[in-house]
Design a protein around this ligand. Sequence first.
Ligand SMILES: *Cc1c(COP(=O)(O)O)cnc(C)c1O
Length: 226
Amino acid sequence: MSTLVKNLETVRSRITQAAKRAGRDPEEVTLVAISKTHPAEMIREAVEAGQELFGESRVQEALIKIPSLPGRLRWHFIGHLQSNKVRKVIPSFELIHGVDSTALARDIDRIAAEMGLHPRVLLEVNVSGEGSKHGFSPEELEASLDELLVLPRVQIEGFMTMAPLAPEAEASRPYFAALRTLRDRLAEKTGIPLDTLSMGMSGDYEVAVEEGATLVRVGSAIFGGR
Ligand SMILES: *Cc1c(COP(=O)(O)O)cnc(C)c1O
């Protein structure tokens, strides 16, 4: 078995174990294999091992790789999306993880109307308040959510976050727990389920699953270093 296939199996079984520890159904958690910077051949190897959902963060790179791979694969956009790339991104990706401002959400909505599409998105929340991170602060999110939820084209399915870089996975737990608590409160307040929580990367995906992630974005633990 190749290293990549072994890695994939390890990540899958750790997700399952983490879900069970938290009393969750492992089926609630979906692995997004983050293939950015890695060539199509490596993605093909993961596909042969049963992985069909991938995440990419660079538009140009993704739009070269996607057409060279089987059409049944599903793609999520996980990077910082610039308004001038929206037209290229929304037809190729089934979910955009990081909508990080009201202006971007409005641009996506307008362009989707022109294109006849209904893009699914997650709003990125900067739970830690780190200045280097994109996303809505929890306060901004709460203040803007009503006007975002009425955008006719954009379908807001939940939230995404990144924990600050830390050597210990446990350091991410309070941020993941805070996002879940915020989601629970806003879902109650708006009456919209906001089911999807995208949180956890190679270093902290097990903690994220324990704290309620429904999507984990794992790159280097599967594909190796970039
Ligand atoms: C690159 C990236 C990941 C995956 O990171 P790894 O540490 O390699 O698992 C997850 N989320 C986002 C937003 C990324 O840009």
